[in-house]
Write a protein that binds this ligand. Structure first.
Ligand code: DX5
Ligand code: ZN
Length: 241
């Protein structure tokens, strides 16, 4: 797969002495961005966030249909930040090759959507991408624990997947704590990303529970000044680093 695009460079900014899993980060989820001006929207937040989070939905795993590799490829051309594709789809691995070609750096699959998570994670790696596993609000942490060693990240959903703008579910906090404990016990550098209802009030609770990445859509892109909103969330994340 020598024609695969190279990874984004955003995480190069992390100081070498600090393992990346210890530095707290913000991911801008473009689901709430104005897709008619996607490049401009990304430029507004780019200097404050470490990742672009792209929600891909298939109208089967979740009732909603959103974007796929065509949009990933377009975003790839306008930013060097790592692109994290959150695949809320059935049979996500069937799409991995397309996402890799489009320039995805990280693909996260829902454990609820795959029969053999180990195989799916391996396939992402074989295509040169980092792999994540996501947990719906009703799914326990046990589903990802056997795979931690081969994961780049665990994505803890703090809303039901499908829509931006929902209320944060507090039930995510003990799950973040639990997965954090297990990652630390095994001495791993797996990121714990929390996704859904993240803002300046809920973000700090997640960081305190052990999250290393805050994914936020509405609190950034629905703000009057998305750049300023991203900067403030990033400042909170840095305080916890
Ligand atoms: C929900 C998506 C989230 C969403 C978050 O299905 O996975 O990434 O964009 O949106 P907010 O931050 O508005 O809750
Ligand atoms: Zn998401």
């Amino acid at each position: 797969m020598s024609d695969l695009p190279r990874r984004g460079k955003g995480e190069d900014r992390i100081p070498a002495e600090m393992p990346s899993a210890q530095r707290r980060k913000v991911a801008a989820s473009i689901l709430s961005a104005d897709h008619a001006y996607l490049a401009d929207q990304i430029k507004l937040v780019e200097e404050h966030v470490e990742l672009i989070h792209i929600d891909c939905m298939d109208a089967h795993f979740v009732p909603v249909l959103s974007v796929g590799p065509v949009v990933v490829e377009a975003v790839r051309r306008v930013t060097a930040l790592p692109l994290h594709c959150h695949l809320m789809v059935e049979r996500p691995d069937a799409l991995f090759e397309d996402f890799a070609r489009a320039g995805a750096d990280i693909v996260t699959s829902h454990v609820e959507a795959v029969e053999d998570p180990a195989k799916v994670v391996r396939k992402a790696g074989d295509l040169g991408m980092r792999a994540g596993l996501a947990l719906n609000p009703e799914t326990g942490v046990d589903a990802v624990v056997p795979h931690l060693e081969s994961l780049d990240r665990v994505l803890v959903m703090s809303v039901h997947p499908g829509w931006a703008g929902q209320e944060f579910l507090d039930g995510a906090l003990p799950k973040i704590e639990q997965v954090r404990r297990e990652i630390d016990r095994q001495g791993l550098a797996v990121e714990v990303e929390v996704d859904g209802g993240i803002n300046e009030r809920t973000g700090p609770k997640c960081l305190e529970a052990g999250a290393t990445v805050l994914a936020a859509a509405s609190s950034i892109f629905k703000a009057a000044r998305p750049g300023e909103a991203a900067r403030r969330l990033a400042a909170l994340a840095r305080e916890e680093s």
